[in-house]
Structures are given as structure tokens and as C-alpha cells.
Write a protein that binds this ligand. Structure first.
Ligand SMILES: Nc1nc2c(c(=O)[nH]1)N[C@H]1C(S)=C(S)[C@@H](COP(=O)(O)OP(=O)(O)OC[C@H]3O[C@@H](n4cnc5c(N)ncnc54)[C@H](O)[C@@H]3O)O[C@H]1N2
Ligand code: MOO
Length: 387
């Protein structure tokens, strides 16, 4: 008889199971690419600045480099003539001078400049090393390369960067009802693939999306075998719970081994973690919100920890606008909107249904309610993970 019950494992247990499988076969290769091509990547080395930027004190305006001290007694009613100056363009070295007077503030008279006010030392000057100093750490091995990390790398002398090649992953939706456009009763639109590809693309995974396969054990097994020849990790979507047509764990078990079926998280409980020919195969729940959280909180977290990657995810602290009850026995992910009022962030709790994508679309982030907590009181300060 079919077993309809789950024995769930703790979320950390699930992550460790994923890591144990990955570490046995998946090594992240490195490649050196142009900074301009390094989109959504993690660096594979520490990077320190090769040179100082700017390399010397430079003019911040077109004008005359002068000694500020020589201008101290100049006023509009008491103009002064200077002989000791250097004509400079913005970005040019000011040599041993220490201030720059813009062209428009002076009159040139017979090789001298006539000034009408005083200037303070370093006025209109960009200091040596203001942006970055030689030897300064720009980014550490394993860190996610952001927009401004790349600007710093270029300023610090780097044109190419060594990054990790991310795994080739396949997404296989399952379900007879799934179509791209509804044409008759009983059909539903397949859109989880969009959630999958957008989320994993953010971290540079090589993603392939496949057409939905029918709920047929043999078709599923054959497709899985083929995908495993080509991809590093295969994600089967839906059919992960215990309905009569939920075949994911059966297919994995018949080709390899189911390591975990059921995680103490909400949403996302009916998740499968399996191994076939040494490779990781995951069965993700069909509900879109559940799938999103399993990917984010279980798979990606396990993956980043396994390969010592730091995705630099943003969190904000916020005041919870209303009391939130939660099941003891499941780590729960509560979607919230964050609004700044009177200089304080407020977290407004959104609908919880795992099948409603609107709760994700409207969310700015989510809070994690630990497994042993049954209530988070109104007014509590909570950490919101931004999405
Ligand atoms: N008897 C039980 N039933 C269910 C349980 C349970 O513990 N016992 N768990 C529920 C929970 S929690 C979840 S989550 C879902 C997970 O379901 P499955 O992974 O088995 O997925 P399906 O039943 O095949 O599909 C659920 C739902 O999602 C739609 N879907 C599936 N794939 C896609 C896709 N690629 N794009 C868009 N929508 C998709 C599918 O049409 C279904 O409507 O199970 C509960 N049931
Ligand atoms: O685990 Mo289901 O994902 O709670 O909705």
C-alpha cells in the first residue's frame, strides 16, 4: 500500500544532505573573464588593488594649481596677484601645489593671475588614494561580484577577473495539466520555470528549462536518465508530495536513492532530495511559493555554504505590524512588505498561501520564524531578508 505520510527532517539536516552529495562529485571550475562579462558571478580569488587611484593629488576642476597659503590675504576688496601657479585640467596632477582655483574665478594679467578670495588647502583637489590604495582588499575569494565591486576592480588595476563556473542545472516540470497557454478545461499555465530561472540566474547558474512531462513513471525515469548525462544537477518540479500521481520520489528511488522526503519547513514540506549515479536530483514542490523557498532557503543556502560562497544578500530590520502565529515543528517563511514610516521600517505581513504567487510578487522580503517559535508578537523587531 502507498505510504501517504512524511517523516520530515530539520532544514539544516536537509542542507547537509545536499552538501554531502554535491561535495562527492561537483567541483566548481574557475575561468578568467573580462570584468564586463562578469555578470552574476562569484570571484575565485582574493583581489587587492594593484595601484593607487588617483595615483597622485589631482585637480578636481580646470584652473590654476596654487599654494593655498598664498591666497589667505585675498578678498574681493583686496585682490591679489599670484606668480607661483600651474595651469591644470581636471584630473591632472597638481605636483607640489595644494589647491586649485577654477579658471572662471581669476583674471589673467601679464603672466600673473589676479584672485579675489582666499582658498583653503585641498580646495578643488582629489587626494591621492581617495578611491583606493595599492594593496587594499577589493573583494575576497567566494564573494559575489556586485556592480560597484567591478568599478573598484577596474579602478584598482584589474581588467579580467577569475570567477567560478556555476553548475549546469536542468528544470523539469511535471504534470499532465501544464501548458504554456490554456486552451481547454483542466489545464494550468506552467510558470514555475520562470521563478526557477530568474532566481538561479541571479547567481550565474547555467540553466536549461524543459517542457513539462506527463505523470508517467516510465517517461519520467527515461527523461531523468537523459538529463543526468548532461547536467550537474536536475530539479524535478511537482509530483513531490504523496498524491497518487506524485511520482518524483518513486522515480528517484527506482534509479538511485531518496535521501530525504519531507523537510520541516512551511511552505515547502514535500521536498525530495535524492542521488542518482552520484548526482544530486531534487524534487521541488509544485506550489510556486513553496518551490521558491525550497530553492532559496534549502538548496541555495546549502550550495553557497558547500562552496564557501557569499551571495551578499540584503537584510533590513523592521518592526512587525501585527502578531504572527506559526506552527511549532516547522520553520516558517512569512512574506512581508517593508515600508519606511517616521524613519523606521515597518513589516506588513502578506497572505500565506503557498499556491498564490501574488504573495511573492507583492513582497519586499520575508522573515524566518524558527521551528520552535509559535508566535512573534506585534511590535517585535524582525530581520527581513529582501528578495
Ligand atoms: N495529501 C497531501 N497532499 C498534499 C500535501 C500533503 O502533505 N499531503 N502537501 C501539500 C503541499 S504542502 C504542497 S507544497 C503541494 C506540493 O505538491 P506537489 O509537489 O506534489 O505538486 P503537484 O500536486 O503536482 O502540484 C501542485 C500544484 O502546483 C501546480 N504546478 C505544478 N507545477 C507547476 C509549474 N511548473 N508551474 C505552475 N504551476 C505548477 C500544479 O498544477 C498544482 O496545482 O502538495 C499539497 N498536497
Ligand atoms: O509545503 Mo506546502 O509547500 O506547505 O504548501
Amino acid at each position: 500500500m502507498k505510504d501517504y505520510h512524511f517523516s520530515t527532517v530539520l532544514p539544516q539536516h536537509a542542507r547537509v544532505s545536499i552538501q554531502e552529495i554535491l561535495k562527492k562529485y561537483l567541483v566548481l571550475e574557475e575561468e578568467e573573464i573580462s570584468l564586463y562579462d562578469a555578470k552574476n558571478r562569484f570571484v575565485a580569488e582574493d583581489y587587492k588593488a594593484i595601484h593607487t587611484s588617483p595615483p597622485t593629488d589631482v585637480a578636481a576642476m580646470d584652473g590654476y594649481a596654487v599654494m593655498a597659503e598664498e591666497t589667505f590675504d585675498a578678498y574681493d576688496t583686496n585682490p591679489k596677484y599670484l606668480e607661483n601657479f600651474k595651469t591644470v585640467q581636471t584630473g591632472e596632477s597638481i605636483d607640489n601645489f595644494n589647491a586649485v582655483i577654477p579658471f572662471e574665478d581669476v583674471q589673467v594679467e601679464g603672466g600673473k593671475i589676479k584672485i579675489f578670495q582666499s582658498y583653503y588647502p585641498r580646495q578643488n583637489v582629489r587626494s591621492q588614494g581617495e578611491d583606493i590604495k595599492e594593496g587594499e582588499m577589493i573583494i575576497k575569494k567566494g564573494e559575489f561580484l556586485t556592480f560597484f565591486d567591478k568599478v573598484y576592480l577596474k579602478a584598482g588595476g584589474w581588467l579580467n577577473v577569475k570567477v567560478y563556473k556555476m553548475p549546469k542545472v536542468a528544470f523539469l516540470p511535471t504534470g499532465d495539466e501544464l501548458v504554456d497557454r490554456i486552451e481547454k478545461a483542466g489545464q494550468l499555465v506552467e510558470f514555475n520555470s520562470v521563478i526557477f530561472s530568474e532566481l538561479l540566474y541571479q547567481y550565474g547558474f547555467e540553466i536549461s528549462i524543459f517542457k513539462p512531462v506527463a505523470n508517467d513513471l516510465n517517461v519520467l525515469k527515461e527523461t531523468l536518465k537523459k538529463l543526468l548525462d548532461e547536467f550537474d544537477i536536475v530539479f524535478v518540479n511537482a509530483g513531490s508530495s504523496k498524491g497518487d500521481k506524485d511520482l518524483t520520489s518513486e522515480a528517484i528511488q527506482s534509479l538511485g536513492k531518496v535521501i530525504v522526503h519531507g523537510i520541516a519547513i512551511k511552505p515547502g514540506k514535500p521536498t525530495v532530495i535524492g542521488e542518482i549515479n552520484g548526482k544530486l536530483v531534487m524534487g521541488l514542490p509544485g506550489f510556486p511559493v513553496s518551490m521558491f523557498f525550497v530553492l532559496k532557503e534549502i538548496f541555495l543556502k546549502a550550495f553557497f555554504d558547500a562552496y564557501l560562497l557569499n551571495p551578499k544578500e540584503k537584510t533590513v530590520m523592521a518592526v512587525l505590524e501585527r502578531r504572527v502565529g506559526s506552527d511549532v515543528g516547522a520553520e516558517e517563511y512569512i512574506r512581508v512588505q517593508v515600508e519606511n514610516k517616521d524613519g523606521k521600517n515597518h513589516a506588513r505581513v502578506l497572505k500565506r498561501g503557498a499556491s498564490v504567487i501574488s504573495s511573492l510578487i507583492r513582497a519586499d522580503g520575508y522573515i524566518v520564524v524558527p521551528i520552535n517559535v509559535d508566535v512573534v508578537e506585534e511590535g517585535s523587531l524582525v530581520k527581513v531578508k529582501m528578495i
